[in-house]
Design a protein around this ligand. Sequence first.
Ligand SMILES: *[C@@H]1O[C@H](CO)[C@@H](O)[C@H](O)[C@H]1NC(C)=O
Ligand SMILES: *[C@@H]1O[C@H](CO)[C@@H](O)[C@H](O)[C@H]1NC(C)=O
Ligand SMILES: *[C@@H]1O[C@H](CO)[C@@H](O)[C@H](O)[C@H]1NC(C)=O
Ligand SMILES: *[C@@H]1O[C@H](CO)[C@@H](O)[C@H](O)[C@H]1NC(C)=O
Ligand SMILES: *[C@@H]1O[C@H](CO)[C@@H](O)[C@H](O)[C@H]1NC(C)=O
Length: 393
Amino acid sequence: MKAAQAWRLSMKDMQILPGPRSRPHLRKPKWIIVLVTLVSVFLICAYIYPPNNSVACYMFSSNGCNGHSHWRPPPPAREFSDEEIASRVVIRDILSAPALQTKNPKIAFLFLTPGPLPFERLWDMFFHGHEGKFSVYVHASKDKPVHFSRYFINREIRSDKVVWGKISMVDAEKRLLANALKDPDNQQFVLLSDSCIPLRNFNFVYNYLMYTNISFIDCFIDPGPHGTGRYSDHMLPEVEKSDFRKGAQWFTMKRQHALIVMADSLYYTKFHDYCKPGMEGSRNCYSDEHYLPTFFHMIDPAGIANWSVTHVDWSEGKWHPKSYRARDITSELFRNITSIDESVHVTSDERKEVQVRPCLWNGMQRPCYLFARKFLPETLDNLLLLFSNYTKA
Ligand SMILES: *[C@@H]1O[C@H](CO)[C@@H](O)[C@H](O)[C@H]1NC(C)=O
Ligand SMILES: *[C@@H]1O[C@H](CO)[C@@H](O)[C@H](O)[C@H]1NC(C)=O
Ligand SMILES: *[C@@H]1O[C@H](CO)[C@@H](O)[C@H](O)[C@H]1NC(C)=O
Ligand SMILES: *[C@@H]1O[C@H](CO)[C@@H](O)[C@H](O)[C@H]1NC(C)=O
Ligand SMILES: *[C@@H]1O[C@H](CO)[C@@H](O)[C@H](O)[C@H]1NC(C)=O
């Protein structure tokens, strides 16, 4: 009878057949042992080679295929919506099309600023002598700037209000990209702010961006409250929590990626609706830090560098990064920043995990940064004095 008990127990554990009932015609223990052996062998086989159709499911599972039994087939891959299918084919074809070849490839410098650009004279030094290899676009969201440099005059595009942390920031980035895409010579698109400065001379920047086929879009997993903590389930099913990424907004982007940003409305709409300040009460989400990192992680992970070529110093551990003052501007500062060849990300959870990765350019470890922020306007004179020295290399 021990065997019968064991049989009963094991059948209960596995919930295979409807409740155990004694079978009157199987009285002898021998029969039972043979039967148990056969059933066990069968169950083991069936466990190793799960039945593959619904008939098998219903035959061998006490609660059919919808219950929590071993026999449930793996859930089918999620069925894509019409919008997702459409979005995926457009993105796939843009990515697989050869890059547009032009005789005169240029870099588009996109300045996102509330008003005047305090470092126009520095940028003027940077651009000087490289006419024809770049174009400048300015999105001044508050005050119309007065320009000091011929490279900036009449380069303003139609702008709209930009509220920090809101989707209007992403809208302004898209407006800059759209205007710059009108010129087919523009092959790389660099987003800069009014507090950004160049760390390298023009040729260095040009070669760094033109002779690689990835976009420098910052992207990492931050499991903390300022990362994945900002995710909302409303983004399902298209954007899963495990795909949610974070990154600084200051990108460089190749033309194909800029086109894809123009083509996307599905994922943009998800962030527009569900990633904004004051989501669900107190939760703040900032689309400019999450939309592009998450989007490119999902659609072309190998096509982005995962770090930004614009340096910023968060080492003070405050809510805002370090702002450089006039007295900070020294050769040593530039030597330090331009020699960094590892990207560092710090998570916002209690562990404050530091993720360090080499900056790989076409597989070679190289300095990470071409630009830097945040510089106060008072640094201009010192920067003008030092510029030709620190950009010599
Ligand atoms: C399930 O059955 C289908 C055909 O009905 C077959 O193509 C597939 O390989 C089977 N899968 C397994 C895991 O046996
Ligand atoms: C960026 O990270 C993704 C993983 O999210 C990885 O697949 C990709 O190769 C990385 N990009 C580069 C250029 O290493
Ligand atoms: C430059 O780096 C060195 C070594 O890490 C550090 O001691 C020094 O304070 C840095 N100087 C500046 C100006 O950042
Ligand atoms: C760049 O594109 C070529 C093919 O055109 C490919 O072989 C190479 O791996 C790509 N490099 C990077 C860094 O993605
Ligand atoms: C120029 O840069 C070198 C190092 O690259 C430094 O030693 C020198 O002091 C700098 N000159 C000035 C005027 O700052």
